[in-house]
Design a protein around this ligand. Sequence first.
Ligand code: SAM
Length: 278
Amino acid sequence: MPIFNHKGLKETVKEKYGQAALRVHTGGSSCCGAAAALDGCCDPITANLYDAAQTGLLPEEAVQTSLGCGNPTALATLNRGETVLDLGSGGGIDVLLSARRVGPTGKAYGLDMTDEMLALARENQRKAGVGNAEFLKGEIENIPLPDKSVDVIISNCVINLSTDKDRVLREAFRVLKPGGRFAVSDVVTRGEVPAEVRQNMLLWVGCIAGALEDSEYVAKLAEAGFEAINIETMRIYDIQDARALLSGQGIDVDALAPQVQGKFLSAFVRAVKPSLEQ
Ligand SMILES: C[S@@+](CC[C@H](N)C(=O)[O-])C[C@H]1O[C@@H](n2cnc3c(N)ncnc32)[C@H](O)[C@@H]1O
């Protein structure tokens, strides 16, 4: 675990994603990934996540503001009438897609700590004409919803940004109804990652340095009380991706890219809250 000042890191995450949200208004593209939250270039993490059938349902701006590393709404089971919560909803793309899936008798909440992102999400909601969605301000470590109030938790490339992942998973467990589903896209690691990468704050902001090792993710979910835990690999970042992810972060890309290739994955993480609580 890198030695970061947790409060400072959270403020840095907020500042960088606030800037990413504002770039949408100034016409720049904004993507997640190491370089993305910082200079707005496209990168291997966020590219080509949604198909035309999904993006066609949304305003162009909502699609452009996607900063995720997967497509949780395509992979999660969402039923009509259910309540969905998206942890770290950003510009709101997954909330708006979920709201359409659960229909008018259901509800989709987005939770984000960054004011600029919340403003962007609400603007995207208005343009999309989606009534059954609501964006809440708050932190994923302290979810502002009651116990047992949510059927499905989704998230797209956000839990890796938290400095207290145990707490996020405990909070997710608390707000889920018994039998509720955790269905999250996230970056995870497999094998040893160089300390230089782990300790780089900008790589943390870019969803890389804070990523959990897959086995650690499983252990933390089990510790929080989840069962039926499964991690599915969706995309493995290769050497070219590693170069793109590491470049411009003040580290020796040539030396580190070969040590990083194949160790970062975009994964879909599923788990269930037991129906009968012990
Ligand atoms: C990589 S972006 C992903 C946004 C969105 N899920 C998507 O797929 O486009 C991360 C988002 O999570 C938010 N975020 C990061 N850490 C957070 C925390 N601890 N609590 C609440 N929101 C957080 C940021 O403000 C940002 O909007």
